[in-house]
Design a protein around this ligand. Structure first.
Ligand code: ZN
Length: 222
C-alpha cells in the first residue's frame, strides 16, 4: 500500500493538501507532521492537531527550535512587526523564514523513511508564492533529487497546489470535501481568531474565497 505523509501547518493550503492525500491514498494510508519551529502564533499547532483529528489521520508535532534562535523574521521574532512588510535589501517579505521548507521537507523525509512512506505532500505554490523562493517548483524538484540521493529512497514530493491560484485552491478544497475542516484552520499572520482581515495572509485568503464564490467557513464560524 502506498502511504503518504502531509506536512500540515494548520493553514488553508496544507489542509487542502491533507484532503488531496486522503482522496488519492485513502485516510488509512495518510499521516501528518507539524513542525513546532518556535512560531509566535502557537495557535497554528492546535489548528493542525484539530484538522488532523477532524480528518481522521494521525498527527505528530516535531520540534525544531533553531529558527527561533536565528531570529530575523516576523513569524518567530517578536521584535519584528509583520506589518513592516518587505525587507528592502532582499525584496522578500519579512515573514520569509530562510530555509524553512527545505528543513521541514528534509525532516519529513526522514520521518517518512523510518515508516516506509514514499510520498510527501506539501502545500507550497509558486503562483501566489509571495516571493518565497523555497515554494518554487525548481526548488522542490532539486530537493526531491537531493533526498533521493541522500537517503537512497524513492521519495516523491507532491505539490498539488504548485500551479493553482488561490481561487483554484478554494475550488479544489470544495471538490475534495475539505471545506468543513477549513473552519478549524489558521491563516492570519497576526495570530488573531477570528482572523484580523487586514494582514497579507488574511487578504490573500479572503480574495481566494471571494473569487471562488465560496464562503470561508472560518469567517462564517465566528
Ligand atoms: Zn490577519
Amino acid at each position: 500500500m502506498d502511504k503518504a505523509l502531509v506536512v500540515l501547518s494548520g493553514g488553508q493550503d496544507s489542509t487542502t493538501c491533507l484532503y488531496w492525500a486522503i482522496d488519492r491514498f485513502g485516510a488509512d494510508a495518510v499521516d501528518s507532521v507539524t513542525f513546532d519551529y518556535g512560531q509566535r502564533h502557537r495557535v497554528e499547532l492546535e489548528c493542525a492537531k484539530a484538522v488532523a483529528a477532524f480528518a481522521g489521520v494521525g498527527n505528530t508535532c516535531l520540534p525544531i527550535d533553531t529558527f527561533a534562535a536565528l531570529g530575523g523574521d516576523a513569524l518567530t521574532d517578536s521584535d519584528i512587526d509583520v506589518e513592516s512588510g518587505t525587507d528592502t535589501e532582499t525584496g522578500l517579505p519579512n515573514t520569509f523564514v530562510p530555509g524553512r521548507n527545505l528543513i521541514f521537507l528534509t525532516y519529513a523525509a526522514a520521518y517518512a523513511y523510518q515508516r516506509k512512506i514514499d510520498h510527501l505532500v506539501t502545500g507550497v505554490a509558486q503562483t501566489d508564492y509571495s516571493g518565497y523562493p523555497d515554494c518554487r517548483e525548481a526548488t522542490i524538484s532539486a530537493l526531491q533529487q537531493s533526498l533521493r540521493l541522500g537517503m537512497e529512497s524513492d521519495v516523491t514530493i507532491h505539490t498539488p497546489l504548485m500551479h493553482l491560484s488561490k481561487r483554484e485552491t478554494v475550488l479544489l478544497a470544495r471538490d475534495l470535501g475539505a471545506l468543513p475542516a477549513m473552519a478549524l484552520t489558521h491563516t492570519c499572520y497576526n495570530g488573531a481568531r477570528p482572523p484580523c482581515g487586514n494582514c497579507a495572509a488574511c487578504e490573500l485568503r479572503a480574495r481566494g474565497f471571494a473569487e471562488a464564490g465560496v464562503d470561508d467557513p472560518l469567517v462564517v464560524a465566528q
